[in-house]
Unconditional design. Structure first.
Length: 474
């Protein structure tokens, strides 16, 4: 056993040294195009951190903090810029939502909801996967933030995993937890694409598209998205179930166990009522946030304040069980800062424009397909869907129009693609972060399964091109 552990350590250090050598090599490569030295050096650090995670040389947390140190110590960015990610409101939303989710679990409300779902749908893990995806799709039009929706659904998915016998351990998570968590975040790529209000960047894309004469209102968006999204919503849970099957596929006894569990829990406790009322209030305020002009993070902190004051989730609970929330907050803030800094330095636009220029000479169908694929693949370098859209949407749409691609077709496909790539990496969307920190969904599984889901999404939407082209032209 000790010898095996020593071998694993040796392999890990070989991977770490190899990653470091690769990073140094990228740093010293001739700088292409009009990229500035600082932008290239930041890219070298960022891509080295990502490769380190992919090779499992480092955890995503360790890779991120080492990258932060390198960025400041090598004077690539000033300290105030390097720490700017920690003040982003949507990242603070993730932290607060993580703690509120723990309150849902501690109060017992999460377990009660899980038992109710298991009693109704729990004869198979596949049914539970569909249940999560459908629920998020229903919430989509009213909750204008996929991060906020993940804050609502995470405690339910977590409780479902635990109460179907799964644990956040290497062996235990394979039973149901990894499948349920991955199915939810994969399904959210489609529930976000289905509605104009399903994700914060969707209306931004609609605004840019309007400058190209493309009208994207709520009804038009839903009509165009409906066919490919319906196909993808049906396909994703099934494909994940077949390619990455859970250890426990069929649980015929689970509904009976859930019924017994509900009986043992008895009627709802005062803490559950308070938790339920607080949670409902948060959902309502998130849904009304565009009308009331309320910051989403403040809603989460308001909910957390109520839970602490009502003694549902205490400071002692935070001290004892808040470590994973802090860990998630730190690594995501760092990677987000690096990605947005690359964008602000012009790296992303230059890269996008250069790649797009290589394909502008093909016929419009080829240009359309290649631009769609490139737009999706480039997201490996981004940590924000909105930042990606702002950096590349107009550039790619202009190249497409110049090549003869119908503007409505390309505009809708780029808008949909901004959602389709949300599980290509653990940090591809802020809505993933709670699930990455759950212990049920290791980063390597998201890279592996996320690539499959992204390819599946892309193929479905490209095959739906005739529908998108016809429906967007009406």
């Amino acid at each position: 056993m000790e010898e095996s552990s020593n071998n694993e350590q040796k392999i890990r250090w070989i991977k770490r040294i190899s990653t470091l050598i690769l990073g140094i090599s990228i740093w010293h490569l001739p700088i292409p195009w009009d990229i500035t030295p600082d932008a290239w050096h930041l890219f070298a650090i960022f891509i080295t951190a990502i490769i380190g995670v992919l090779l499992e040389a480092l955890s995503i947390f360790t890779a991120s903090i080492i990258a932060l140190v390198a960025v400041v110590m090598l004077r690539v960015l000033p300290p105030e810029k390097a720490f700017s990610g920690f003040s982003e409101s949507f990242i603070l939303l993730i932290l607060a939502a993580f703690l509120v989710a723990k309150g849902v679990i501690k109060s017992g409300l999460g377990r009660r909801i899980a038992f109710l779902l298991i009693r109704r749908f729990g004869k198979s893990t596949l049914n539970l996967g569909y249940c999560l995806v459908v629920t998020d799709s229903i919430l989509g039009p009213s909750i204008p933030s996929n991060t906020a929706r993940s804050g609502i659904m995470y405690p339910i998915a977590h409780a479902l995993s635990l109460d179907t016998g799964s644990l956040p351990t290497p062996e235990g998570r394979r039973r149901t937890g990894t499948y349920l968590m991955m199915t939810y975040i994969a399904g959210q790529t489609i529930s976000s694409a289905l509605w104009l209000t399903g994700m914060a960047a969707n209306p931004v894309g609609a605004g840019i598209a309007a400058k190209f004469g493309v009208n994207m209102n709520f009804g038009t968006w839903f009509f165009v998205a409906s066919v490919p999204c319906l196909i993808a919503l049906i396909a994703i849970p099934f494909v994940l179930y077949k390619l990455f099957p859970p250890g426990d596929k069929y649980t015929p006894e689970a509904p009976k166990m859930a019924k017994k569990g509900l009986q043992e829990m008895g009627s709802m406790s005062m803490k559950e009522w308070i938790m339920g009322a607080t949670f409902f209030g948060m959902i309502l305020l998130w849904a009304l946030s565009p009308v009331l002009n309320i910051n989403l993070a403040i809603v989460a902190f308001l909910g957390l304040s109520v839970l602490i004051l009502a003694n549902v989730y205490t400071l002692e609970d935070i001290r004892q069980g808040g470590g994973d929330a802090l860990e998630t907050f730190i690594w995501f803030a760092i990677l987000y800062m690096m990605s947005t800094s690359l964008d602000e330095m012009g790296f992303m636009k230059i890269l996008g424009a250069q790649l797009a220029s290589y394909i502008s000479g093909f016929n419009w169908v080829t240009v359309y397909i290649l631009l769609t694929v490139l737009y999706i693949v480039i997201h490996y370098l981004f940590v924000s869907q909105t930042a990606h859209l702002l950096a590349l949407y107009a550039v790619f749409l202009q190249v497409a129009v110049n090549a003869g691609v119908p503007a409505p077709l390309m505009a809708f496909m780029l808008s949909f693609s901004t959602n389709l790539f949300a599980v290509i990496t653990p940090q591809a969307s802020s809505s993933n972060v709670l699930f990455v920190g759950s212990g049920f969904l290791p980063s390597k599984e998201i890279y592996r399964q996320g690539a499959v889901v992204t390819v599946l999404n892309t193929v479905i939407f490209l095959l739906a091109t005739p529908w998108i082209m016809w429906s967007s032209s009406l």
